[in-house]
Write a protein that binds this ligand. Structure first.
Ligand code: COA
Length: 159
């Protein structure tokens, strides 16, 4: 496979995407392009050059303010801090376990670093949809909040 990561656009076929989780399918089918057009969130998709419209995986990224009350890091912090939110991330069932989830996450982390270098922020925040998703993010070094282990954070700003 010759994979590319691209911004979601009209030529893609998000409606064919199926990751096995209706909530994540529906968001891509119905809302991702709308939110992109309004600049509320950016969605990037993985496509194979042989079928440039077919979506094999996607993630969405947007700015957010993080409430630091139950934050994992043991340090004194302001009550709220700027952050990037990984709003969604999913891989099509037929393309799972081939490294596409890792590829998407690496791209999201790179873009978080770039955004933080430009405008500030402390890292990448995600709310895992279930325990399986939580375990995926833990595998990549995300730390769980003290009051809710499905809320996770990856520091990309502090040494
Ligand atoms: C979770 C998900 C994104 C993983 O995608 P994937 O393409 O199958 O994962 P990859 O093949 O890239 O796996 C990369 C690494 O993560 C590990 N991994 C994958 N799923 C994992 C899980 N649920 N828990 C722990 N580790 C996991 C793999 O073993 C692999 O490890 P390695 O780097 O040591 O080899 C995919 O299963 C998915 O889309 N699930 C449904 C939607 C979902 O739950 N999304 C989470 C957003 S809330």
């Amino acid at each position: 496979m010759d994979l590319r990561i691209e911004l979601l656009r009209k030529g893609h076929r998000p409606e064919d995407f199926d990751c096995g989780k209706p909530q994540l399918n529906e968001w891509l089918h119905r809302f991702a392009l709308q939110q992109q057009d309004k600049n509320y969130a950016r969605t990037r998709v993985v496509v194979d050059e042989k079928d440039p419209g077919g979506v094999l995986g996607y993630y969405s990224l947007l700015p957010c303010q993080l409430d630091t009350q139950h934050f994992p890091a043991a340090r004194k912090l302001p009550q709220r801090l700027p952050c990037l939110l990984l709003g969604k991330l999913a891989v099509a069932v037929k393309s799972m376990q081939q490294g596409i989830g890792a590829l998407l996450l690496a791209d999201a982390i790179d873009r978080t670093r770039l955004a933080i270098a430009e405008v500030g922020g402390i890292g990448l925040f995600v709310e895992a949809i279930d325990d399986e998703a939580r375990s995926f993010y833990r595998h990549f070094g995300f730390e769980a909040f003290r009051d809710d282990d499905r809320r996770l954070f990856l520091n990309v700003a502090w040494p």
